[in-house]
Write a protein that binds this ligand. Structure first.
Ligand code: FE2
Ligand code: FE2
Length: 190
């Protein structure tokens, strides 16, 4: 495991998230950290190359946090940026290719074809990351958007339900208890 790379990537992402140029705020760092955590668990579950998955998870949104103008195509720009960074570490060329594919195909909304199990881990970890960021979602709904009690709750539930739908069939099974628990907390009398 290239712990040197992983430690540096964590620091690099943290510092880019803190910069003025990151228009998503620090919430983005917690999102990325949640993706890393879930991606690690999924890599173990699916027998993926954990090192590749962790590197791709740290880097998957790097384009968005670096320059807001890259957001629309952040999966493409992010893959390029990852290649440059990893070449700087003389990282294995074959593995760089897989990292690039993980980043290019991480967006559930784009429904891109995933060919490797590493890609699946990163995309599913991204989709499920909202479940580790409920306070952030509530804060966004009630404070930043000024929604009322009902509206805010529906907003958060809807966002979580859509995230869950993006998961692969296998990961849906893996996360179904977490999904149910969170939904029950948001609406206990359903
Ligand atoms: Fe993304
Ligand atoms: Fe993401």
């Amino acid at each position: 495991m290239r712990n040197d790379i992983l430690e540096n990537l964590q620091k690099e992402i943290y510092s880019r998230c803190q910069k003025e140029s990151n228009q998503f705020g620090m919430g983005c760092y917690y999102h990325i950290a949640a993706v890393v955590k879930n991606a690690e668990a999924l890599a173990e579950k699916y027998g993926a190359d954990k090192e590749v998955v962790l590197i791709a998870a740290w880097l998957h949104d790097i384009a968005s946090i670096t320059d807001y103008r890259l957001y629309e195509l952040h999966h493409i720009h992010g893959a390029e940026m990852a290649r440059h960074i990893l070449q700087g570490y003389h990282y294995d060329d074959q593995k760089i290719l897989i990292v690039e594919e993980c980043i290019k195909n991480h967006r559930g909304s784009l429904n891109s074809e995933k060919r490797t199990v590493e890609e699946l881990c990163v995309a599913d970890a991204d989709a499920v990351s909202h479940f580790d960021g409920i306070p952030g979602l509530l804060y966004f709904a009630y404070v930043q958007k000024g929604m009322g009690m009902e509206e805010g709750r529906e907003f958060v539930k809807d966002k979580l339900a859509r995230s869950f739908q993006k998961l692969s069939a296998e990961s849906k099974k893996y996360y179904q208890n977490k999904f149910k628990t969170v939904m029950d907390v948001l609406e206990p009398f359903r």
